[in-house]
Design a protein around this ligand. Structure first.
Ligand SMILES: [Zn+2]
Ligand SMILES: [Zn+2]
Length: 355
């Protein structure tokens, strides 16, 4: 049964909807610690994040058990803290992955959870809240809610401003999102300023040739592309593809090496992995495929650039164990190199872009 019986709730305790914080009328029967204003928000939360964390919320939201000693109590508190920290990261990665997949509506409840757990653990004015504000801003932008995106971004900016220990990585993310906001508002001058800052801070944090810096180059390239400054756009797109190719091919080599050693020592099978989290994998696919599409429509003179991207995507899919897409990428690359735009190209490209 889903509906809450008001008499069963302790007096003075107000139950709020998990998604909108309006007074709650229903409860999740699987965990019995999560409430909703109605079926719409319950369904939205379930589809986004609740199905994945429903059971994990029970120990967080039921009162602490009785402890025999101060030591036990401290241990209990530490465990609670660790659980919340785990949920912060987990909800954040899930929301981020939705964003890269273009599922902005689904990203909102997951991002809200990450924000609330951050507030619980770090307090209301901590710089740790900023990444969650940025996710919510990005989701709002994707949904065309520019005013709401601006609100989240000014929260983030304000928090950064007040803080003395904000990392370069966070500065970079803030500027990237401000850049995207100004792109949405068609103020490309301001967008360029913020993306240049994004690249600066990301380079300080990770280096100029890091995959985490490449997002800034990519968005800046998109601006040049829309301003019809093709040469600048092309240079940056090429840089982005090269960064991803270098990262993935050297990761692949390192994995091969580790696997040979592992088999020698233990005779054990080694699992493939990309060294990236799911959100970064989704970002890589989105960035590389959109560069591929842009290059196909503009630079027929430089097939080797398309081949490099197809090879990079091929390695990525291989490491993700998606073998049918690997085949499609390499078949397509072969098609390009044989005929520039021969018959293998189109068919293979569609398969490796699809899904
Ligand atoms: Zn609600
Ligand atoms: Zn539940």
């Amino acid at each position: 049964m889903n509906v809450i019986y008001p008499l069963a709730v302790p007096k003075g305790r107000r139950l709020c909807c998990e998604v909108c914080e309006a007074p709650a009328e229903r409860m999740c029967t699987a965990c019995t610690v999560t409430y909703y204003c109605g079926p719409v928000h319950q369904k939205a939360d379930w589809g986004s994040i609740h199905a994945k964390i429903c059971q994990l919320l029970i120990p967080l939201r039921t009162s602490m058990p009785f402890f025999n000693s101060e030591e036990e109590r401290q241990h209990g508190l530490q465990q609670l803290q660790r659980r919340q920290e785990h949920l912060i990261e987990f909800c954040y990665t899930v929301a981020q992955k939705y964003l890269f997949e273009g599922r902005h509506e689904d990203a909102v409840p997951a991002a809200l959870h990450s924000l609330r757990f951050r507030m619980n653990v770090h307090g209301l004015s901590s710089v740790e809240l900023v990444p969650a504000y940025l996710l919510l801003a990005e989701a709002s932008l994707g949904l065309g809610r520019i005013v709401q995106a601006e609100e989240y971004l000014s929260q983030a900016q304000w928090t950064v401003l007040k803080s003395t220990d904000c990392s370069n990585a966070t500065h970079s993310l803030l500027h990237r999102n401000l850049g995207l906001l100004y792109i949405a508002k068609k103020n490309l001058e301001e967008a360029r300023y913020h993306l240049a800052n994004d690249i600066y801070f990301a380079s300080c944090a990770f280096g100029t040739e890091d995959v985490r810096t490449s997002g800034g180059y990519f968005h800046l390239a998109n601006i040049f592309y829309s301003l019809k400054k093709m040469e600048l756009a092309d240079t940056l797109y090429t840089k982005v593809s090269e960064i991803w190719y270098t990262y993935l091919s050297s990761h692949y080599q390192a994995l091969l090496h580790a696997r040979t050693q592992q088999t020698d020592l233990l005779g054990k099978q080694f699992m493939n992995d990309t060294g990236l989290d799911e959100a970064q994998e989704a970002e890589a696919i989105r960035i590389l495929t959109s560069i591929l599409i842009i290059q196909e429509s503009t630079s027929t003179q430089a097939p080797q650039k398309g081949i490099l991207i197809l090879k990079t995507l091929g390695i990525l899919y291989y490491l993700m164990l998606e073998f049918s897409k690997v085949w499609a990428c390499f078949a397509s690359a072969l098609g390009v190199s044989r005929h520039q735009h021969g018959p293998g190209w189109k068919e293979g490209k569609e398969t490796c872009l699809g899904g």
